[in-house]
Design a protein around this ligand. Sequence first.
Ligand code: ADP
Ligand code: MG
Length: 307
Amino acid sequence: MSGRGAEQPGTTDRAPAYGHDALIVCDNLLRIYQSDLVEVQALQGLDLLVHKGEMVAIVGASGSGKSTLLQVLAGVDTATAGRARVAGHDLLGMSRSDRVHYRRHVVGFVRQQAARNLVPYLTASQVVDLPMSFAGVSRRERHRRTAELFETLGVGHCAQRRPHQMSGGEQQRVAICVALANQPLVLLTDEPTGELDSETAQEVFAALRTANRELGAAVVIVTHDAGVTHQVARTIAIRDGRTSSEVLRGPGAESGSAIAEEYAVMDRAGRVQVPQEFRQALAMKDRVRLALAEGHVEIRPSRDEGE
Ligand code: ADP
Ligand code: MG
C-alpha cells in the first residue's frame, strides 16, 4: 500500500484556514497573461486580507499588477491559480450565474477612467438606476436609493446631467454612486483620483470615506500615488505582483497626524521581508539570528557579521 489518501500530518487538528474571518482573502494568487509570444506574470503569489468595513489602499508602481488584482476581485477576470474569496464567494470556482450575482450584489467596481463607468447619453439619475433595474429593485426603492446616494456623496445637483456636463470629480462621485447602487459589501476603485487635481481628489477621497463609514462598505483603493497613505488607515504596497509591506495609521489618519508604523506582510510559508533600511542599519545579510521573546520575535544580525 502506498500512502495515497492518508491524511497529511496537521490536517486533522483543523486549524482555521488562512483568512477564514476576513472579507477578502487572496492566497498565493497567480495571474498569468499568455499570448503566442509572451507570458506575463501580472500576479505572482499575492497574499491579501481585508476585513469587513475596512478602508485600505493598495499602492504600487505602474505595471505592478494593481488593476489585474482589482479585476480579479471584481469578478471581471479570473486568476490563473491560488485562492481568492470575497464574502464567502470562491472567485476561481464560480459558475457563470454565480458570477453575475456576485458582480451585481457583492462588489461595486469603479474602473480606472471615470467616464468609462458612465454612459455618454444617460443622465446621472438614469445611470445609477441601471444596476438596480437589472437587479429587479422596485421603482420606488430605486428612486429612494438614488436620492440617498446623491445626497450622501454630494452630487444631487448632477442628477439630470450627462457626463460631459459634469466635472471630473463629479463624474467620479457619480461613478461611485453607480457602484454602490446595489449596496455591495465591497467597493473597489482603480486609480479613483488619477485624472484629478489635488483639491478634487480630496473630494473623491471624502466621498470614499463616506461610503465606508455611512454605508458600511469595505473600500479598496488601488493607486500608484503613495500620497494616498494619508487618506486611509491601512496601506499595502504591491511590487511585481506580490504584496510587500503595509503601513498602518491610528485614528486621525486623514489629518496625516498619526504616526505611521511599518508592518511587513508575512506569507503563508512564514516569509517576511525585512525593510532595506533596517537591514542596512544592522548590516544584516544572508543569515540572521531569530529568537522567540515575550510577545515578539527578535531578528538580530548573525554573530559573524554583527558582533
Ligand atoms: P498596474 O495596474 O499596477 O499598472 P496591471 O495590473 O495593469 O498593473 O499590469 C500588470 C502587468 O500585466 C503589466 O506588466 C502589464 O503589462 C500586464 N498586463 C496587464 N493586462 C494584460 C493583458 N490583458 N495581456 C497581457 N499583459 C497584461
Ligand atoms: Mg492600473
